[in-house]
Every structure is written in C-alpha cells, then in structure tokens.
Design a protein around this ligand. Structure first.
Ligand code: ADQ
Length: 458
C-alpha cells in the first residue's frame, strides 16, 4: 500500500501551529504511518499563482499547497461552494445565489487541482477527498488516468432529492459523486438521500452489499459519523477548570460559527420565550453565546449577524437589570482550552442548528463535563449528532416553545438523571472518537472491491 493522500480546500499549517482543529488531529496519525501527504489550498491567494504544488516537509507528513488567483478563488469558494452548494445542501434553497461564473470556477479549480495531483500520486496511493468544495475531483482525476482508490467524505448534510434538484448542476454533481470508489456520510439520513438521488438520476441499483451499481461500475457508500478526540478534550476541560472559578449564575452556552444553518436567532427567540414564561429565573441564569465571524463577504452572513445582534440587544433591553445581563454575546473565536473550560462550567449546552452534517460542539460539550455533576445537552433533531445522542434533550429548533421547555427541563433536571444521561452519551463517545471515525473510513476504502456491475474485478 502506498501513501495516504488527503485533499481538502484548506491545508493545515505548514509549521503545525494550527493543529488543534479536529480534522488535522484526526488524520495526523494516519498520515504519519506510511509517509502521508496533505494537499490543500494555500492560505493566501496570489495574482501569479504557482503552476505546481508548493511542497513543505513536516516531521509527521508532507504538505502540498495549491494557489489560486483571487478572482478564481472568490468565484469557486465564496461563490459556488458557499453561495450555491452550502445553502442548497443545508436546505436553504431561498439563499442560493447562482452566477454563471461560479460553476465554471468550481470546475476549473477541480480540473487544475487534478492536474497537480496527477503529477504526484502513484497508483497504490490512497486518496481521501474532503467535502463539498471538491466534489468533481475524482471525475477529473480519472479523466487523467489516475488509478488510485479515491474516497470522499461529505462533512455537511446531503438533502433530499427535491432540494438537491434546486442546484442548477445537480445532474453533474450526482455523476461526479458516482466517480468515487467510496462515499462517506455523517448520518444514515444523508446516506438514504444519496441512494435516492443515485436511483433517480443515474438509475443506480442498490446491491445486497449496500453498494450501488451505477453505469457499469460499483460505488461503495457508508455512514461514518465524525467525532472528536474525546479523552483529550475531557482532560483539557478538567485541567483548565481547576483554576477557574465557577460562574456566579448557572450558565447556558452556545458556541457556533455565525452561520445561518446554526439556528442562532431561533435559539435566542427560544431563550426569550423561556424568560417570558419563567419569571422565577430572571436574574438567576445567563446565556453565553460565542459566535465567531465566518464568510463575511457573503450577503446572507452579514444579514445573520445583524439579526443576532438585534435580538441579543432586544432581550437584554427587555429583561436585563443593572445587576443582570441575560445574554452575553462574543463575536470572535476563543482558544480551545478556554472553550473547553467554558463548556465544563456551563449547566446547559445549547446546540440547535436548523440543519447540520454532524455538529462537533455537541460532542465537545459532553466530553467536557464533570461526570459527577454534569450539565445537560439540548440538541436539535436536525443535527447529524442527534442520530447518535438520543440521551440529549432533543428539540425542534423551529419551535421556540420547545426550546424554552427544554431549557427549563435542563435547568431543573435532578442530579441522578443528569448523571444517567451523561454516562450514556459519554460512553458512546468514548467508543466512537475521531480515531475510530478515521480508521473506519480508511478500512472500508482499502477493502472496497473494485468490481464492475457484473461482478468482474477492475
Ligand atoms: P462546522 O460547520 O464548522 O463544521 P462544527 O461541527 O460545530 O461545525 O465544528 C465547529 C468547530 O469550531 C468546533 O470544534 C467548535 O469548538 C469550533 N468553534 C466554534 N466556535 C468557536 C469559537 N468561537 N472559538 C473557537 N472555536 C470555535 C462542518 C459541518 C459540521 C461537521 C464538521 C466536521 O458543518 O456539521 O460536524 O464540519 O465534519
């Protein structure tokens, strides 16, 4: 077996300084094993991009950076990836912004990247492509004669067929997906949608082994819920909490990129309903919402920021007193160790996205808790994590009454029930951490039988 080659929109840092992100931590060991390579976009775009990959040798693995000119990057990343695919795949077809140059840029980046990759990969390398920004890559690589096994993992949801069809290039996307040897999803929900899309679009047929026969070949499909470094995060939280005083009031916490898929306004409206109907809690609880900026250059993201600031101000103006601020809002990223402690010292974790591939915050919140006096997770039924975490308080994020009710249930939950729920959630997480995710995907990719639909080995 050759090297593992990871390909993603962004490469990890060349000097290892940004390695706290879940994906890098997860893949580092797998990459280090057989001398791996990570190919990803350079942090800065340039008017004169390098015509080849720029290689950096790290102690644990190699990095190959690709550069793009700013206009191409904008149309590919902010344009097609985040103004067409992101909203569509999150069911927000009303926010899709289609411009003709976007789709062309998306394809051009995949084509260009494929040519760079083809120069460096060998047939026995294992290629693992990550996420919606790079869907056409296997198609482009195969067109160039690359014979390596190619797997794809979709970090975000795959919607139902009707929603998928709102993307003007939906047929192309389905065909490009069918060029992978293995496609991994976060949830059974997304896997089911893929099967349906392949059946409808490409006359795919489900085989007894769970793979699909499509246009003369077999595509393997699987569900691989991503996770976190559970022990590492628990330790970070426990060690940091030793020297941190507990907050003066029981705290609710929300931590999300400021993205419309995360249901932040709906969460605040739910909290407002809770305050309206539970006067006894006035002055006795507070909500800390940490929401760093993301994709600021896309209009839909500017709108969500304004809406959230307005709502936080409204709730504080309506319910706050000289001694009590009901909502604290921080609009920036915090270091991971600080975040871990904040999770541990919060009585309720609010994770209420409208649609989410997985949502790692839900897992981080559970991992950070003190097992002897744990907090309660309130989790949206539409987060991929809900499939694995039924012991959370599951809510409908569109229903403010439901959120309000869950907040009050969580705040009043007796210790015994909190421990019981937390034990169940934590022991599942321990058995399904990020190493488990990575190993499961790679094991499957290595073992995919490359058969055509008549069962003949390719
Ligand atoms: P995201 O949409 O980015 O990821 P999520 O899974 O919640 O969502 O991961 C966010 C990460 O950023 C978490 O580790 C969180 O702690 C961190 N983070 C958020 N706010 C922060 C802040 N203010 N300061 C510091 N860190 C912060 C996409 C998909 C998800 C999927 C992941 C992984 O949308 O559904 O779970 O990929 O596959």
């Amino acid at each position: 077996m050759g090297r593992l080659v990871i390909i993603s929109n962004r490469a990890p840092s060349v000097d290892g300084s940004g390695d706290s992100g879940g994906l890098v931590v997860a893949l580092k060991d797998a990459l280090a094993k057989d001398g791996g390579l990570w190919i990803g976009g350079a942090p800065k775009q340039t008017d004169a991009p390098s015509p080849s990959l720029i290689f950096h040798h790290r102690q644990d693995f190699d990095i190959g950076l690709f550069e793009l000119e700013p206009k191409l990057y904008r149309d590919y990343y902010l344009g097609y990836s985040n103004s067409v695919l992101w909203p569509a795949l999150h069911g927000r077809v009303d926010l899709i912004d289609v411009q003709p140059c976007y789709a062309a840029a998306y394809r051009e980046v995949a084509g260009r990247l494929a040519r760079l990759i083809a120069e460096t990969v060998r047939d026995d390398d294992l290629i693992w492509v990550h996420d919606y920004q790079l869907i056409p890559l296997a198609h482009e690589l195969k067109a160039l004669g690359v014979k390596s096994r190619i797997g794809f993992f979709l970090h975000i949801p795959l919607p139902d067929l009707q929603t998928f069809k709102a993307i003007p290039d939906w047929r192309d996307l389905a065909r490009w997906l069918a060029d992978y040897d293995l496609i991994g999803f976060q949830t059974r929900r997304d896997l089911g949608h893929m099967i349906n899309i392949f059946r409808h679009t490409l006359r795919g047929e489900l085989r007894s082994n769970g793979n699909m026969g499509i246009a003369g070949r077999e595509v393997a499909l699987g569900c691989f819920p991503i996770s976190i470094n559970v022990d590492g995060f628990r330790r970070l939280a426990a060690e940091g909490a030793v020297n941190t005083p507990a907050p003066s009031l029981p705290r609710l916490i929300g931590v999300d990129r400021l993205d419309y898929s995360k249901g932040l306004p709906q969460r605040l409206v739910g909290y407002q309903k809770f305050l309206e109907s539970h006067a006894a809690f006035h002055g006795k609880v507070s909500l800390l919402q940490i929401a760093p900026p993301t994709r600021d250059d896309v209009d839909a993201y500017k709108a969500i920021r304004t809406e959230l600031e307005h709502l936080a101000g409204h709730i504080n103006g309506r319910f706050g007193t000289v001694d009590w601020t009901p909502v604290q809002y921080i609009h920036r990223a915090l270091p991971r160790d600080e975040l871990a402690v904040l999770f541990r010292l919060s009585r309720v974790g609010l994770v209420t996205p409208l649609f989410d591939g997985m949502n790692l915050v839900a897992k981080e919140y559970v991992a950070a808790q003190d097992a002897a006096d744990p907090g309660v997770l309130v989790l949206s039924q539409f987060a991929g994590a809900a499939e694995e975490m039924p012991e959370a308080l599951i809510v409908n994020p569109h229903d403010p009454q439901d959120i309000a009710q869950a907040i009050s249930t969580a705040l009043e939950m007796p210790l015994g029930e909190r421990i019981e729920r937390h034990d169940a959630l934590y022991s599942h997480l321990q058995d399904h951490d990020v190493d488990h995710w990575c190993a499961a995907f790679l094991k499957r990719l290595v073992s995919v039988e490359r058969l055509d639909v008549d069962g003949v080995a390719r």
